[in-house]
Design a binder for this molecule. Structure first.
Ligand SMILES: CC(C)(COP(=O)(O)OP(=O)(O)OC[C@H]1O[C@@H](n2cnc3c(N)ncnc32)[C@H](O)[C@@H]1OP(=O)(O)O)[C@@H](O)C(=O)NCCC(=O)NCCS
Length: 158
């Protein structure tokens, strides 16, 4: 059985995280989450980057940022061969708990309009649709906005 360990990202992770972000999230987009950006975020007190591992294998990661309007989920991805095993949800719940402990009242994110799998994942995790940003991504793709209030029970959470 797979028992992932989730920890904050280490210095050695930043290059691999940039590669993962490019391969799994920034598809057809200009890469903005570079190794240097991960390193800066890792040291910034308003950011939290978590990694799920099994042994030396990186299974997935998530990155969150505290903003005035609440916490914002910047990135979340799980290696395709490890998806649908609860790793995305585990990463998300750890970030939500950290955001809540840090005083945030909600967790927000944007997801690409064409990314129906991720939208289903966020809805199953208690997120509500909170708007649409037209032409948010390169080549004119819209973003759907999602929000989850924190410190409130959500019926569909595992
Ligand atoms: C979105 C993502 C992070 C989900 O990670 P995951 O580890 O596979 O998700 P989980 O196993 O924790 O899923 C929890 C629940 O969410 C829902 N869900 C997850 N992926 C789904 C999909 N593709 N379609 C429909 N529902 C989905 C299901 O209800 C699932 O529970 P179940 O497997 O018992 O049915 C993963 O698919 C991924 O990395 N996608 C590519 C990157 C990406 O799109 N990131 C999000 C935008 S930043």
């Amino acid at each position: 059985m797979l028992t992932p360990i989730i920890t904050p990202a280490h210095r050695d992770d930043s290059r691999a995280l940039a590669a993962l972000a490019r391969r799994l999230i920034e598809i057809d987009l200009a890469p903005v989450w570079t190794e240097q950006r991960f390193e800066r975020a890792r040291h910034h007190p308003d950011h939290l980057i978590l990694i799920a591992r099994s042994g030396r294998t990186r299974l997935g990661f998530a990155a969150m940022e505290y903003r005035d309007e609440g916490a914002h989920l910047n990135l979340l991805a799980v290696e395709p061969s490890y998806q649908r095993r609860g790793i995305g949800r585990a990463l998300l719940e750890q970030l939500a708990a950290a955001a809540s402990a840090g005083g945030a009242t909600c967790l927000r994110l944007e997801v690409r309009a064409a990314n129906l799998g991720a939208q289903a994942f966020y809805r199953a995790a208690g997120f509500q649709d909170s708007g649409r940003r037209m032409d948010y991504y390169r080549l004119g793709e819209d973003a759907l906005c999602f929000l989850r209030p924190l410190n409130m029970p959500t019926a569909s959470r595992r």
